[in-house]
Write a protein that binds this ligand. Structure first.
Ligand SMILES: NC(=O)c1ccc[n+]([C@@H]2O[C@H](COP(=O)([O-])OP(=O)(O)OC[C@H]3O[C@@H](n4cnc5c(N)ncnc54)[C@H](OP(=O)(O)O)[C@@H]3O)[C@@H](O)[C@H]2O)c1
Length: 293
């Protein structure tokens, strides 16, 4: 497949490009060339800004994966340009699009955030993260119809990605994992490698529409035990750390239904596998980036 990746050189995006190249796809990267510019020399590079994507005015692709869409104005601009030259368009969205996430079993049809009346479509703030994502999904559905897919994730874990609290770092160095959450608080996550595979699968074969790409629900205590289990003799979890390094809102979030994503081919590897990969990656001397918004 001729694949256009918007972003692709950081965190989740690195896994997408690694997997695409491993599978033999012909990859074109579109980004500013600022983040890890020496990665993926075998890919074609188009250097440009989301706000001025003229470099995308020529070329044809079987699929595009958009990892760098944070402003609806940016997403609209590239969608308009690519409308007739990209067969399928997959957008990396977020579970932040929902108006409320407290109802267990929340599906993709649940109520979405509305756009604040006084907001500008080319300005970003943390409060506008979810509204921009959902408006971008809607723009893409208008432009590409059933050829557009939107993938909604929460916490993404794995090498290159932020540490979950200090768990990877603590377990790699014999310290106590910290967790500023209730032990029975629900949590969902997804391994960046499983998410990358799902993004590629949807882009190649569809279907279109929105997907909650999350694991099944665990309690924080169960999740922490899985992580501790990959390091023999790991210290107990500190449930009252001085600093909350990875804030988890205690509102019943992370009980979303992932049924639609599973039916479309999302595969979720065992949590042990994700934990082991993170701990080994940090133990090898790598430093995780700060937590995402
Ligand atoms: N990580 C999570 O936990 C999580 C959870 C839910 C959803 N998401 C979504 O997943 C997506 C990917 O996130 P990520 O953490 O892998 O990477 P990211 O930090 O969102 O994106 C980085 C990539 O985009 C490029 N980029 C950034 N700003 C750009 C601009 N103005 N113009 C052109 N290119 C630009 C960067 O390259 P240059 O700097 O070289 O331009 C880099 O390749 C995001 O859309 C995010 O909202 C992430």
């Amino acid at each position: 497949m001729r694949l256009l990746v918007l972003g692709g050189t950081k965190n989740l995006g690195r896994h997408v490009v690694e997997a695409a190249l491993r599978d033999g796809h012909d990859v074109t990267l579109f980004n500013r060339g600022l983040t890890n510019p020496s990665l993926f020399p075998e890919a074609t590079r188009l250097v440009g800004e989301r706000a001025a994507p003229e470099v995308l005015a020529t070329g044809e692709w079987d699929g595009a994966i958009d990892l760098s869409g944070f402003l609806v104005s940016d997403v609209w601009r590239s969608a308009e340009l690519l409308r007739d030259r990209v067969a399928r368009y997959t957008f990396m969205s977020s579970i932040a699009v929902y108006a409320s996430k407290t109802e267990p079993g929340l599906t993709e049809d649940a109520e979405l955030l509305s756009w604040p009346e006084d907001a500008a479509d080319d300005e970003f703030s943390m409060d506008l993260y979810g509204p921009h994502k959902i408006r971008a999904e809607q723009v893409l559905a208008e432009v590409f119809g059933e050829r557009a897919a939107s993938v909604r994730s929460g916490f993404v874990v794995g090498p290159y990605n932020p540490d979950f609290g200090n768990w990877g770092e603590a377990l790699a160095s014999g310290k106590a994992p910290e967790c500023a959450a209730r032990p029975d608080q629900p949590v969902q996550y997804l391994d960046a490698r499983d998410l990358a595979a799902f993004l590629l699968r949807l882009t190649m074969r569809g279907p279109g529409g929105a997907f909650n790409a999350v694991s099944s629900t665990l309690s924080m205590a169960e999740f922490a035990e899985v992580w501790r289990s990959v390091v023999p003799g790991a210290l107990p979890v500190d449930w009252e750390p001085a600093v909350d390094r990875f804030h988890l809102t205690d509102d019943g979030t992370f009980q979303l239904s992932n049924a639609r994503a599973l039916a479309a081919g999302l595969e979720v590897r065992p949590a042990e596998d994700s934990a082991r990969a993170c701990v080994e990656w940090i133990a090898a001397g790598n430093t995780p980036p700060p937590p995402p918004h």
